[in-house]
Design a protein around this ligand. Structure first.
Ligand code: NDP
Length: 434
């Protein structure tokens, strides 16, 4: 805490990982040497830069841009870019730290990174968003490359923004190398990448449910958020036979006791992806209930899929979900549950998966996009989807293997942290103190 003052999210993420690792390291003391832990909690490089741009009225705005290059131990830095007013150094350091373990869990050769800006895309015109993206890349381009650092999307950065950044990157770097992932299909993108995080979260939750002899069929599900991850989590959960009752955004929650249908989801996607609207606009178009200013966690469900943002589910929300009989919580977002909430879920015997395990399908499919770009090939939808499913099952298996406690119970938190750590740590030990 003394080394990282004013970085609560970063300290929260490090604390969660270290609590899993202490007992493991006591049993495997080789990981206590060579300053391994001290090195792992220090990003290899932190880049912070000014982004100046003109709005449509000729006014100049100045935002702050960042790229955190956390670890290259097992491959090029890899992780998304977030554009949201809540972006700080602490938020991006926590995300880059988590990303390092998550990427290791995918079994693909990717290191960990994250970046973004405090720019708020809400209410900006498409030309303003384009100018901002171009200004951002005029600095970012010198720090990234297909074998150095491969950015992607995250909150506020979807296919449109990745396209604008990839275009500017080509112009500045004079190379067609697909340095961004999440690109459009016409210029090197992968099928299933937009769906991958949401689908992967549901595939992971399905594996968890199987351990209790259950499936999604007939279960009530709540989803938070209504962006990229949330939309495809809704779609896949519906396909698996679940009744999805909620979605949300920062203004409030949709509660639809009839459950989502493909037609309703198409309207939500139109509102969010084409009109950049609010879930209240969706409620107006469909006549479903909208509750302003609340989160979805008071709604009784069997499975909860938090897919919005960090710390959106606290201890009291966890207790409410448990009192209402929740069976499984799988995180589509990064660190949506506070550490206290996560502990409460585990103590109550709820199947609980931390984001670094259950939402790894997004970056895994980005890794598949990198492979396709390098091979100058594109795989079919079914091929990418099958690989995604295989990777999610593999991560689930790794969690079971490394997360089994002495009493026989499985902690997915411990499993994900230990499996991810062991791979990164072995790579670091083999490559010396650098
Ligand atoms: P989007 O920008 O598409 O959607 C974000 C959603 O979360 C919106 O509904 C947004 O509501 C809500 N949200 C964002 N910030 C806040 C906030 N401070 N308070 C309340 N609600 C908020 O982002 P994604 O769907 O891509 O990302 C969602 C989560 O999933 C993030 O935690 C991200 O890191 C994680 N993730 C994403 C991956 C990907 O492939 N995209 C991969 C792995 C993890 P509003 O519009 O009102 O802001």
């Amino acid at each position: 805490a003394q080394r990282n003052p004013g970085q609560p999210e970063f300290l929260q993420a490090v604390t969660e990982v270290m609590e899993s690792l202490w007992p493991f390291i006591e049993k495997h003391p080789r990981y206590a040497d060579h300053g391994l832990l001290e090195r792992l909690v220090e990003p290899e490089r932190v880049i912070s830069f000014r982004v100046s741009w003109f709005d449509d009225h000729g006014q100049v705005h100045v935002n702050r841009g960042y790229r955190i290059q956390h670890s290259m131990a097992i491959g090029p830095y890899k992780g998304g870019l977030r554009f949201h007013p809540s972006v700080t150094l602490s938020v991006l350091k926590f995300l880059a730290f988590e990303q390092t373990f998550k990427n290791a869990l995918t079994t693909l050769p990717m290191g960990g990174g994250k970046g973004g800006s405090d720019f708020d895309p809400k209410g900006k015109s498409p030309t303003e968003v384009m100018r901002f993206c171009q200004a951002f890349v005029t600095e970012l381009f010198r720090h990234v490359g297909p074998d150095t650092d491969v950015p992607a999307g995250d909150i506020g950065v979807g296919g449109r923004e990745v396209g604008f950044m990839a275009g500017m990157y080509k112009k500045l770097a004079n190379t067609a190398a697909g340095v961004f992932t999440g690109k459009g299909l016409a210029f090197g993108g992968s099928l299933i990448r937009p769906e991958a995080t949401g689908y992967g979260t549901v595939y992971f939750a399905e594996e968890m449910l199987k351990t209790r002899g259950r499936s999604f069929d007939g279960l009530r599900v709540s989803v938070s958020g209504s962006g990229n991850v949330a939309q495809y989590a809704v779609e896949k959960a519906m396909q698996q036979g679940a009744k999805v009752i909620t979605v949300s955004d920062s203004s409030g929650t949709i509660i639809d006791e009839e459950g989502f249908t493909p037609e309703k989801l198409a309207i939500l996607m139109d509102v969010k992806n084409h009109h950049y609207g609010r879930v209240s606009d969706y409620a107006e178009r469909t006549g479903v209930r909208f509750e302003a200013g609340v989160r979805p966690w008071h709604v009784p469900v069997d499975v909860a899929l938090p897919c919005a943002t960090q710390n959106e589910l606290d201890e009291s929300d966890a207790r409410t979900l448990i009192a209402n009989g929740v069976l499984c919580v799988a995180e589509g977002a990064n660190m949506p549950s506070t550490n206290e909430a996560a502990k409460v879920f585990e103590q109550a015997g709820v199947l609980y998966a931390p984001g670094k395990a259950s939402n790894a399908g997004g970056v895994a499919t980005s890794g598949l996009e990198m492979s396709q770009n390098s091979a100058r090939l594109s795989w079919t939808r079914d091929e990418v989807d099958a690989r995604l499913l295989g990777i999610m099952r593999g991560i689930h298996g790794a969690c079971l293997e490394h997360g089994r406690r002495d009493d026989g119970r499985v902690s997915y938190i411990d499993g994900a942290n230990i499996a991810g750590f062991a791979k990164v740590a072995d790579a670091m030990l083999a490559q010396g103190v650098v």
